[in-house]
Design a protein around this ligand. Structure first.
Ligand code: SF4
Length: 371
């Protein structure tokens, strides 16, 4: 759902109002009676928090940690290695979103360098573009690289259904989609992460709804708030979780009701459930998380690139020197990585957290150093 399509612009402007934001920031300061270590798990929130200046304005007791919310960043080295293997396969055209192009492979190289060396790698802007590519190249197998969370996966599933309806058999998907709730469970169960509160992703929540997060409050007794991407959204969510913490409550608050219905989007979930089923998945820095990925259902197995092309993930060494794994788990701040802004910059990234515009290393670099 487009936020701007349903909410008048004058109301949206109020979510950026400096006076309102200052007032909520003051309320937040008054609410704090102990440190508040919060994590956001959405790349768009990461960028919004830095771009709006909120990261710098937060009182010292509030510790902001960016979690595994950037889809490119959480894609595992073994998965990136498989992208590069595919790019070298005769008869295969790799169709990918542009943000994967510069992610370094564990043995060097990237999709961009594979393309420069003659690999057939095509940037697309939607899975539908990849389906068109398959229709236009009936003699090739077009493999769409499926990365992203619950927000992206329904569109991919819908495209697979369209491929079936149109009888396009040379369109395949390498499904490395990831699911947010199982990753949150893994982080909350890790005593080293020690989170006081979670800010939950607005776009993902618009698909999965509120119930998918109940365990955060019920099992882990952790305050959490679903929120949007304007400065006031973010500050109100911090005020909410600070209040819950001070009052000894743990609830899932939905502060983004203009976009997120409590039940999410049942139609999108039905399409997802028809084409994909939950499966274990590899996350950079975290490893295998049970039930945190999406594999094809038997009914759509003929679109599964893994099975159709006989692919398998291999053990690979992590990127030398890169600490993305620790950054994604909130155990290290980007600027504590020894390579940050030295060997690793957006122009010459060592790891994916510096490649993607939603990566926390790139956000630190852009908004902490450049401004
Ligand atoms: S600064 Fe670069 S090398 Fe260090 S963790 Fe971030 S992406 Fe990896």
């Amino acid at each position: 759902m487009s936020q701007s399509a349903s909410v008048p612009s004058s109301i949206l402007d109020s979510f950026k109002d400096p006076a309102l934001c200052r007032a909520v920031l003051e309320q937040l300061k008054a609410e704090l009676d102990s440190p508040l270590r919060f994590m956001e798990v959405c790349g768009t929130h990461t960028v919004a928090i830095f771009r709006s200046g909120i990261h710098s304005l937060l009182p010292g007791e509030v510790v902001h940690i960016s979690g595994p919310g950037c889809p490119v960043c959480v894609t595992h080295d073994a998965e990136v290695a498989l992208f590069l293997e595919l790019a070298a396969k005769p008869g295969v055209v790799v169709a990918t979103f542009g943000d994967l192009m510069r992610v370094p492979g564990p043995q060097g190289g990237s999709l961009k360098s594979a393309q420069a060396e003659g690999g057939r790698v095509q940037i697309v802007y939607s899975p539908m573009d990849a389906l068109k590519l398959a229709k236009d190249h009936p003699g090739d197998t077009v493999v769409f690289l499926g990365v992203g969370f619950e927000t992206t996966a329904p569109t991919v599933a819908a495209t697979v259904k369209m491929a079936r309806a149109a009888g396009v058999a040379n369109f395949k998907v390498l499904s490395f989609h990831k699911l947010v709730p199982p990753a949150l469970r893994a982080l909350l169960a890790d005593p080293d992460t020690a989170l006081d509160a979670l800010i939950l992703p607005g776009h993902v929540s618009a698909i999965i709804g509120m119930d998918a997060y109940r365990f955060i409050a019920e099992e882990f007794k952790t305050p959490a708030a679903i929120t949007g991407f304007e400065p006031l959204d973010i500050l109100q969510s911090l005020l909410e979780v600070a209040k819950q913490k001070r009052e000894g409550r743990a609830e899932i608050a939905n502060l983004y009701t203009r976009v997120v219905p409590p039940q999410g989007n049942p139609k999108a979930r039905a399409i997802l459930d028809e084409v994909f089923r939950p499966a274990d998945a590899l996350w950079r820095g975290i490893g295998t998380i049970p039930g945190s990925g999406l594999a094809f259902t038997d009914a759509y197995a003929d679109y599964d690139a893994m099975a159709c092309l006989g692919l398998a993930l291999k053990d690979v060494k992590p990127l030398p020197g890169c600490r993305c794994g620790e950054v994604l788990k909130g155990k290290m701040k980007p600027n504590d990585c020894p390579l940050f802004a030295k060997a690793c910059t957006p122009a010459s990234p060592v790891g994916p957290c510096m490649v993607s515009s939603e990566g926390s290393c790139a956000a630190y670099f852009k908004f902490q150093l450049e401004l």
